[in-house]
Design a protein. Structure first.
Length: 382
């Protein structure tokens, strides 16, 4: 038995994701576990399909076990996203490899880049560039050019390479024996609208929203879709009630972003307007969207750093059950959020918080679900 973990959002699941799973199995993995963002994603928005719908599609297309990545991790920086997911994979105690796509497809080069980033981010040059107002990605690339050759700095210019490097760094930081494994990304670039054999999830979401046929690129999902704009006025109302100190406490809202976002909220009458007024070369749009959503949902710096007190299974097949049987995990594992909430005081607080986020997410559909759905929902078994 050789188990591979894949950290994903599947927003939505597409044939590029299926290709990665096939390559992982070709590399020797007999079992595949996906650690998947729940109802809110790292782009700072609501997932187009709910987490159980996305779980079912993943299980029907090569994944054996789906574990939820809590929103406090999915709605943070690449480093926080990677750290939270890698800690869950490591906690299972039976994962042999962590698989991910990357633009370069070279695990040795990615490992070298991870070491280069560790050195660069602790340099005076990096600090100087950050103080000048450069964004983290921009400051990192400029500083790396001072210490390393162009090819090393070039690696971090691509989003999938950046996330891959964060996975490797997270594995190293916890001393995990899980082996990183990468394949070269095929098709359109991350968030690109370019047509290709494997187009981006962003392009597929646009096709779904426009009612266009996307069956060439992804399994068709006949389920209701969520739209963050259905929550716009609720988000604006919540943000308008926040004080400057409240904004400073938002996860990943350091370096003056809280102040800019507060001022934009006082002037703006739409989310897009607030994003536009907050945007500078220092703050990426995705980071601003995440900050606004975290403010609305109540995800502050302390919550975003909390370690998991349980592992929640969203779905599985027969091989997924074998993964759970082989797990040597110090944390309680269950398909029932209600059962998990009873395992400790911290687990109850974290479970109730995640349930409240699901109640809010439900309002992004034309027909919202009643409150408490997360506590009564059944896992997907295929």
């Amino acid at each position: 038995m050789k188990t591979a973990a894949i950290i994903a959002e599947y927003d939505p699941f597409h044939y590029g994701h299926k290709y990665l799973i096939e390559q992982v199995r070709a590399a020797g993995a007999t079992h595949v576990a996906a650690i998947m963002s729940g109802n809110f994603t790292q782009r700072g928005s609501a997932a187009i399909f709910d987490k159980f719908t996305r779980t079912k599609t993943a299980l029907e297309n090569g994944v054996d076990l789906v574990i939820e990545l809590p929103a406090r991790y999915s709605l943070t920086s690449a480093a926080g996203f990677a750290r939270g997911a890698v800690e869950i994979a490591s906690a299972l105690g039976c994962v042999d490899m962590l698989a991910f796509g990357s633009e370069c497809g070279d695990i040795v080069a990615l490992k070298e880049a991870a070491g280069a980033i560790e050195y660069t981010t602790h340099s005076d040059e990096f600090d100087r560039l950050i103080k000048q107002g450069n964004s983290y990605p921009s400051a990192l690339q400029k500083a790396m050019l001072q210490f390393y050759t162009d090819d090393v700095a070039e690696l971090i210019s691509s989003p999938n390479n950046t996330l891959a490097i964060e996975y490797i760094s997270a594995l190293d930081s916890i001393g995990s024996e899980i082996e990183p494994f990468t394949i070269k990304r095929h098709g359109a670039a991350h968030d690109s609208d370019d047509d290709a054999e494997f187009i981006s999830a962003s392009a597929i979401r646009k096709k779904i929203a426009a009612g266009e046929d996307y069956s060439q690129y992804a399994p068709v999902t006949n389920a209701p879709t969520a739209d963050i704009m259905r929550l716009e006025r609720a988000v604006l109302a919540a943000l308008r009630k926040m004080s400057p100190n409240d904004f400073d406490r938002i996860a990943d809202c350091s370096g003056g972003l809280g102040d800019r976002l507060y001022k934009a909220v006082r002037k703006g009458n739409s989310l897009s307007g607030i994003y536009f007024m907050t945007k500078t070369k220092r703050y990426t749009l995705a980071r601003i969207r995440r900050a606004a959503l975290c403010g609305f949902l109540g995800i502050d710096k302390d919550i975003s750093k909390e370690k998991c007190s349980y592992i929640r299974v969203l779905g599985m097949n027969s091989r997924g059950k074998e993964i759970l049987s082989a797990a040597n995990c110090p944390l309680p594992i269950d398909t029932s959020l209600k059962a998990l909430s009873r395992t400790s005081h911290t687990a109850r607080r974290q479970a109730e918080f995640e349930s409240r986020l699901t109640d809010i997410y439900s309002l992004a559909f034309e027909e919202p679900l009643p409150c408490g759905f997360d506590f009564t929902s059944k896992p997907i078994i295929v």
